[in-house]
Design a protein around this ligand. Structure first.
Ligand code: SAM
Ligand code: SF4
Length: 417
């Protein structure tokens, strides 16, 4: 697995140099000149911990979460004060963990961000199904949240049991969503669970839209080595058949595909914290992507607060990109939206896509992964499957390695991928 990702990395970056993450970081972040900048805030608290979940999270306690948010607001000011004028940003996403657990402090965090940034495309936040009540939704809406994403996983009891999640009360979710509407209501599902069929997923998709969702995200289960999950991922062939069937079903229903895993029933319904050219991340484990660097905050809540107390950024590791590495990063996440405009590449890097990766795009067209119309590339069903297949390798060899170290060490010296 590692051999495949290493060879691909060497080929695409035209270098044997690995991705080197070092413990150094910039206290002054060069984001003032970044265009198309997004914001991300990580809230690492959950009422119970799911054994399949790889994200940075700890058990919720009011005391710890209040202390954390006091420090988070300080981090926002530490970074925000580096900009002389208010900086225009696209979107803001709250992820976790379960940010809705701290619903009553979300407006404070947004106010702190509003002192430094002008958010133009709305604010998204993740909820656990237990948080979908009229009371919590109203607090979030009043704080300025415009998009919500609910971690359903499955509406079927048998799969909730396999995943160790609670059975979902569909009626109460429907009532709450009806009473407090949002521009985007997204629901997250996990697919490729043992013996799962297309009919199971059709039921989940139909139920989601009938309860009030206008956007769904259906991710395959990823079996991270450091989690305690004993649920095994489905074999490749079955997974591909399921992915193709779900996609064809959604497209025939008239839903549009907004990324490899997401479909929307209304054009304005969007929820994606990944497909942005540059972003600033705040909180434990949050990442920041700028023109020439990628940095990751510490995963450790106590170490995070300690750094902020010293008026230092809680950055744990920084990767300084070579130009080709940055291009690969850009291409990987842009094509995730299933569409890529070669003019956007040229605008971002100042050099034509054709000149840098003409051969690779020619092959991808020949293999039937992409189609092209006037410099706009669109991913085919086959391309989407192989992207997923490769993403799975990438996740297991890169993200799995990095997160398994970051969970154990607050500030590792060096990670090479
Ligand atoms: C931060 S959680 C969503 C909000 C809330 N904490 C919850 O669980 O309902 C993000 C989503 O990641 C997905 N996820 C977590 N672990 C996963 C795994 N091992 N493979 C695929 N998706 C996973 C789940 O669908 C989950 O809803
Ligand atoms: S899936 Fe959601 S609730 Fe479960 S541990 Fe992960 S972040 Fe927490």
């Amino acid at each position: 697995m590692n051999i495949l990702t290493n060879l691909t990395r060497m080929w695409l970056t035209r270098s044997t140099k690995p991705f080197i993450f070092k413990s150094e970081y910039d206290q002054q972040l060069p984001f003032e000149t970044c265009s198309n900048l997004g914001l991300y805030v990580h809230i690492p608290f959950c009422k119970s911990i799911c054994n399949f979940c790889p994200y940075c999270k700890v058990l919720y306690s009011k005391e710890i979460s209040d202390t954390y948010i006091d420090h988070l607001i300080q981090e926002i000011h530490l970074v925000g004060n580096q900009c002389s004028d208010k900086k225009k940003v696209t979107s803001l996403y709250f992820g976790g963990g379960t940010p809705a657990l701290v619903a009553n402090r979300i407006s404070e965090i947004i106010n702190a961000l509003n002192e430094h940034f002008i958010i133009t495309d709305g604010i998204g936040l993740e909820l656990h199904p237990d948080n979908v009540t009229v009371e919590v939704l109203s607090v979030l809406k009043n704080a300025g949240i415009t998009k919500i994403s609910i971690g359903i996983q499955s509406f079927q009891n048998k799969y909730q049991r396999i995943l160790g999640r609670k059975i979902i009360d569909m009626n109460s979710i429907k009532r709450a969503l009806h009473a407090v509407p949002f521009e985007t209501v997204s629901m997250d599902f996990i697919f490729a669970l043992p013996k799962q069929t297309f009919d199971d997923l059709k039921f989940d998709i139909d139920t989601a839209f009938s309860l009030g969702a206008n956007h769904i995200a259906i991710y395959p289960l990823i079996d991270f080595t450091f989690t305690d999950s004993n649920v095994k991922a489905m074999p490749k062939k079955e997974k591909r058949e399921l992915l193709d069937s779900i996609t064809t079903y959604c497209l025939n229903k008239g839903y549009s595909r907004s990324s490899i895993w997401t479909f929307s029933s209304e054009p304005e319904a969007k929820y994606s914290s990944m497909t942005r050219e540059n972003f600033l991340g705040f909180g434990c484990s949050a990442t920041t992507l700028l023109y020439d660097q990628f940095k990751i905050n510490t995963f450790d809540v106590a170490a995070y607060c300690k750094r902020i107390d010293q008026q230092m950024l809680p950055s744990s590791l920084t990767l300084r990109f070579t130009q080709r590495q940055r291009m690969i990063y850009w291409l990987f996440w842009t094509i995730y939206s299933t569409k890529l405009n070669s003019r956007d590449f040229e605008q971002f890097f100042g050099v034509p896509l054709q000149k840098m990766y003409g051969f690779e795009f020619w092959i991808a067209k020949k293999l039937g992964f992409l189609t092209e119309n006037n410099g706009i590339y669109t991913m085919t069903l086959k391309g989407a499957f192989y992207y997923h297949y490769y993403e799975n390798f990438y996740t297991l060899s890169y993200i799995n390695k990095m997160w398994s170290i970051m969970r154990k060490e607050a500030f590792p010296d060096l990670i090479q991928l």
